[in-house]
Ligand binder design. Structure first.
Ligand code: NCD
Ligand code: ZN
Length: 348
């Protein structure tokens, strides 16, 4: 039976890039219209490395958020080789920092300041375990000898498994998991969790090359083959509280994407919930969307669920070809295509 409406508790986005300045002003309304909270990634230029910088960034996000939106940005710190353990104390005391993001240096957009070797951050990670502040990982090795499509699985063997052995109580979120190996590793460790993006649930790597090269489908970690997508969607609809919504919506101007060396990132905030609904419906499991979008994340991060609800209605709409993006344009996921689900605002 096909349903025409679905009302769920107000969801959260547990992995989001909002950028800064004109880009921030261009995109934040999409997220704030639907989500109660979002974990905002710290990979600005320069990165958000201290609690003070994160609090200042939070103010800029609040100032750019449309008046009346009940949206709370949850902040992260960017782990570097020189982050002092005392920064973890300041982060926890502020009650504004939800976790620390680990980017292997050079793994993705604005990750040059990331950690080259996790051993550099030993004292910080121990303090995080002690104070129970989660580590959010971009799970890819950067070794140029490792094939791009194998970098996530290799990260598990070389970095994550040893880390979990060394700090067995540190809570770790495997951000934007893209492989069956990541799903299996998370399932095997009850104190770990993973976020899953709409594009990795809906597409495999062939989509990047269908009819020609599709730069707007290029993100990191890169889309994988179909058997991995199947493992991800099965995890998403399984009802396991270890898997929850994190769009990894990552806006880049059209000129940076449609370039000889195009940058990584898919923008999905304009249609995040409809895209997840499509993925869950493809498995006949729309009934599991609420857990994934609105309940598992707060449980993992030990936060209350949001007040209020949002309703998805089965109603076709066409995604714009592009959105305003400062002096450039932003080409969203599924630009110009028709989606079957639309978000209708509920009374607060
Ligand atoms: C992200 C970005 O553009 O900031 N890009 C991406 O492809 N996902 C960085 C990241 O999360 O890896
Ligand atoms: Zn990201």
């Amino acid at each position: 039976m096909t349903v025409a409406r679905l009302t769920i508790g107000r969801p959260d986005d547990w992995h989001l890039h909002l950028r800064d300045g004109a880009a921030l002003a261009a995109v934040v309304a999409h997220t704030a219209a639907v989500f109660g909270r979002a974990i905002v990634m710290p990979n600005l230029k320069p990165p958000v490395r201290t609690t003070a910088e994160a609090l200042a960034y939070r103010e800029r996000i609040r100032a750019a958020t449309p008046a009346g939106a009940a949206f709370e940005p949850l902040m992260t710190l960017y782990l570097t080789g020189t982050t002092p353990a005392a920064e973890i104390d300041r982060a926890v005391a502020s009650q504004a920092i939800i976790g620390v993001k680990y980017y292997p240096a050079g793994a993705t957009t604005n990750s040059d300041a990331g950690v080259r070797d996790l051993a550099e951050a030993g004292a910080v990670l121990e303090r995080m375990q002690e104070l129970d502040l989660p580590l959010l990982v971009h799970g890819e090795v950067t070794d140029p000898a490792v094939d791009t499509f194998d970098r996530e699985a290799c990260f598990i063997d070389r970095v994550l498994a040893p880390l979990v052995r060394r700090l067995p109580r540190l809570r770790i979120v495997f951000e934007h998991a893209t492989t069956r190996e990541a799903v299996a590793f998370v399932k095997d460790h009850a104190h770990l969790a993973a976020t899953l993006t709409p594009q990795h649930l809906l597409l495999n790597r062939t989509a990047m090359f269908t009819g020609g090269l599709r730069p707007h489908l290029y993100c990191l970690p890169v889309l994988k083959r179909e058997s991995h997508r199947e493992a991800l969607i099965e995890a998403a609809v399984s009802g396991s509280p270890q898997f929850f919504l994190g769009t990894d919506s990552a806006p880049h101007g059209r000129s940076a994407k449609e370039a000889a060396c195009g940058c990584a990132g898919v923008y999905s905030a304009h249609a995040a919930l409809p895209l997840y609904a499509e993925a869950f419906e493809s498995m006949g499991r729309l009934d599991r969307l609420e857990g994934f979008a609105s309940q598992h994340g707060p449980a993992y991060y030990r936060l209350p669920r949001n007040h209020g609800t949002v309703t998805l209605v089965r109603e076709e709409w066409t995604v714009p070809e592009s959105y305003d993006f400062g002096s450039d344009r932003l080409v969203p996921f599924r630009a110009g295509e028709t989606l079957n689900w639309r978000v209708a605002e509920d009374a607060p």
